[in-house]
Design a protein around this ligand. Sequence first.
Ligand SMILES: Nc1ncnc2c1ncn2[C@@H]1O[C@H](COP(=O)(O)OP(=O)(O)OP(=O)(O)O)[C@@H](O)[C@H]1O
Length: 535
Amino acid sequence: MLEDGKTVGIILQKGEANSLQAVINPFEDITSGQLFILKDNDKLSLGRLDSYEYINEFYDEKIPMLKSLIGDNNSFELLNMNTIIKGSISIIKRYNHNSTPKPGSLVKLLPEINSEISLMEFYGISDISGNIKYGKFVGSDIPLLLDLNSITMHVGIFGETGSGKSYNMRYLIYLLSNIEIKGVKTALPLVIIDANGDYSDFASINYSVVKGGRKWIKRFVIRDPINDSESRLTIDLSLFTPKDLADFIISLKFSGESLNSLQSNLLDFILSRHDIKEYNFLLGTDEGIEKLKSEFQDPSLKEIGFSYGTLRAVLSALEIFRSKMITKYKLVSNTSSINESVLELLWKNKGMLIIDFSADGSPGVDIATKQLIVSYISRLILNYLTKTKYSGSQKLIGFVIEEAQNYIPSNDYPVNASITKDTLVTLATQGRKFGVSLFLVSQRPAFVDKYVLSMLNTFFFHRIYHEDLRYVMSASGGLPESLAKSLPSLDVGYVIVNGLMSELKVPALVRIPWDPRLGSYAGSVERIDRLLIGE
Ligand SMILES: Nc1ncnc2c1ncn2[C@@H]1O[C@H](COP(=O)(O)OP(=O)(O)OP(=O)(O)O)[C@@H](O)[C@H]1O
């Protein structure tokens, strides 16, 4: 069965450890990273083409090994050509044996696989019920199996702009929405921080794409909703410490870029005199802000050492906060629109919450406010899952964060994200225990916090910038040189998948199938030539 694919080459030399040299038919369309079956009599192995080159005038019948192969018709045709492909192949799996294919072994395309039994045979596993079928290995129709049981070890999706990340995330959402386990349709509950409105259609026109195992989808916006598929996002400030809120309010004045610690200390001092349950009133209503402002008249503040200038600066920060959060965004509410009951509904219905941060869904909302929201949602998810875990039941939520560098930046990235970073680090470290699966999507992995990067265990690498190669290599535990070399020039629609979820257990080059329903979203771009002629 596994050996049924077409013979396209012959092993010539056995190199060190798992590496082999082979001649391959030059008329075959091959790619670095492609998988082949290697057949040494009845011993089969799986090999990955690491590199190849076209060599001319190779054939020389005086070579003893070639002489012995000339008897075989297939081999003769291969060897009797002026140009051949010389390829380096590494063995990535041996099927029930320990040997390395000897010179003369055949290199075969992967077979056609039409049944789950042959798929299990290919992977050498005895159960595929916890797996989803993702894309196809390059040069074959065999899907990469992704093990759902490793999903809480977190996922990274990286690639430069236009490399296909959003389409891939949409494809993953489609797969995670249409899971079938032992005949039961289900889905991974998802909360999505949608930076550019790339997923909003799943709540409306493309609902059918994701409704397989889901019964509930909600899209949140930060403006007045204009139809039934939208809800206004509000958050509950009692989930934050006074220090978090003080830092946020003061930094908002500087567009989130810097922080005056004296001003922040003063506001922290005032807020700390209140119970956290009062924060939604104090910071979410005009009366509350007025009450808070009146507390700055307290003469003891000057005695403690807060200057008049600091007091005035904090009052002006509170005004800026009021005009944005209360007047413009109407963001704060005791009965926040996303709360623990909503997460409970999300879990029960295997639903999906889309937080639309696009210019359409959240017009004019600055990055600091987006961070406050992401921080709020992270805390909510962590609190909810911790509570359910300690009450004896385990639940699971996938948390997709696009433009992850804005929420968990590395030290090299000029964004202050103290309000999100700590909680997201906790989610990354504790996620497996409590049932959180992070999906971090970013154009620049170099700008994502190194510690969090090291917590990710499954990677989807699209074409990436040269400068990011180093980070990608260290975060993913290394890629074979051949695959690493191809990363900066990978075509759209191709991705290197590596890590715990991959049943292949080694990095693989995978083709992501095109589905027009998944291909029409806010971030997808039309071809400019067709656009210009109005096609
Ligand atoms: N598997 C695929 N097959 C064919 N076309 C694809 C595939 N994946 C993506 N594309 C096309 O490539 C373009 C860019 O893809 P996508 O929007 O996913 O990139 P991106 O990496 O998310 O970019 P950005 O970071 O700028 O948002 C889109 O127009 C999309 O339709």
